[in-house]
Structures are given as structure tokens and as C-alpha cells.
Ligand binder design. Structure first.
Ligand SMILES: [Zn+2]
Length: 172
């Protein structure tokens, strides 16, 4: 590949052969299933709670908004589990009646940015190297810019207003 050649990979762009392709990683199906079926989370064994959803809850498995009044399961999740040694557990919601996991094809769930999101960009070792506050119009550009940085290994997307973890973006 020549230096000038630009190739589209997924939803991102590789320039001069340097890959900046990304994938969006939702909570694993086995983790969501354990919480909604067993009534406790798979990692800590803390009780999960299922109730009709209020407004503004993103499902961390399908990465869609949970319809108000639909059954939602609230459980404890550590987004660093299996990635880093230092945990940071917190509450997350999934559809209580099951849903299809968000595809890891690099497309961004921009619809979730209707509510402000925080991008926490980490280097390996859970070292926070950048933090940006984004909304629907600014999220994609900010994510591309952060993933261009050599020191950024992955990004955690969180709710800016509630603080809760939403999903992860990592290199392909
Ligand atoms: Zn869902």
C-alpha cells in the first residue's frame, strides 16, 4: 500500500497502511444473560433488579434505548473485567426479556449520544490519557481523533449526566 493510499476499513479509515479501524464492544451476551436470567451478576454475584424502565436508559447489550415501561434488568458490571487488573464496577441496564447484541462492525451507536456522553481514552494499564465530553453532532469526530493517537488503546463511553458505563471502543 502506498503512503498516499487511503482504504476504508469498516467505518474507519487507514492511512498509509496504519490501521485505525475500530470496533464497538457491547457487554458480552453471557454476562447480560446471567444477570437477567439468574437474577445476579456473573462476576460479583450481587443481586440484579428487574423493573419497568424509566426514561433514558440505554441497554448495554443491544446499545439501543430501552423503551419506557419495558422490563429492564439493573446489575453491577465492571467494564475493565478481563481487560485490566484494576476494577471500576458500576450499575448498568439491559433489556430484561433479551435482545440481540450490538454488532462489532465498527459502526457507532450515535443514537445513544442524544444524551451527552463522556469519552474516557485509556492507554494500556488503565491509564487515562484523554477525556472528552461529546454529543450526537461531535461524537464521531472526537472518537476518530482519539483513536488516531498512538497512546490510546481503547475508549470507554459513559453517560455524562449519570456517570454510568455505556460501551467500549477498541482497535480491530
Ligand atoms: Zn437490549
Amino acid at each position: 500500500m502506498s503512503e498516499a493510499m487511503i482504504t476504508t476499513i469498516g467505518d474507519a479509515v487507514a492511512v498509509g497502511g496504519r490501521r485505525t479501524a475500530r470496533k464497538v464492544v457491547a457487554i458480552e451476551t453471557r454476562v447480560a444473560e446471567a444477570a437477567r436470567l439468574a437474577g445476579r451478576d456473573a462476576h460479583y454475584g450481587f443481586p440484579a433488579h428487574t423493573a419497568p424502565a424509566g426514561a433514558g436508559l440505554p441497554c448495554r447489550h443491544c446499545l439501543q434505548w430501552i423503551e419506557e415501561g419495558a422490563r429492564a434488568t439493573l446489575f453491577t458490571f465492571d467494564p475493565f473485567s478481563g481487560v485490566e487488573n484494576l476494577p471500576l464496577p458500576g450499575p448498568v441496564y439491559v433489556h430484561a426479556d433479551g435482545c440481540e447484541r450490538y454488532a462489532e462492525d465498527g459502526s457507532l451507536p450515535v443514537h445513544l449520544m442524544k444524551s451527552p456522553r463522556t469519552l474516557n481514552a485509556y492507554a494500556a494499564g488503565r491509564k487515562l490519557v484523554a477525556q472528552e465530553y461529546v454529543e450526537e453532532a461531535t461524537a464521531a469526530e472526537a472518537i476518530d481523533r482519539l483513536m488516531e493517537r498512538q497512546d490510546v488503546e481503547y475508549i470507554h463511553v459513559r453517560s455524562t449526566t449519570a456517570g454510568c458505563y455505556t460501551f467500549r471502543i477498541e482497535r480491530v
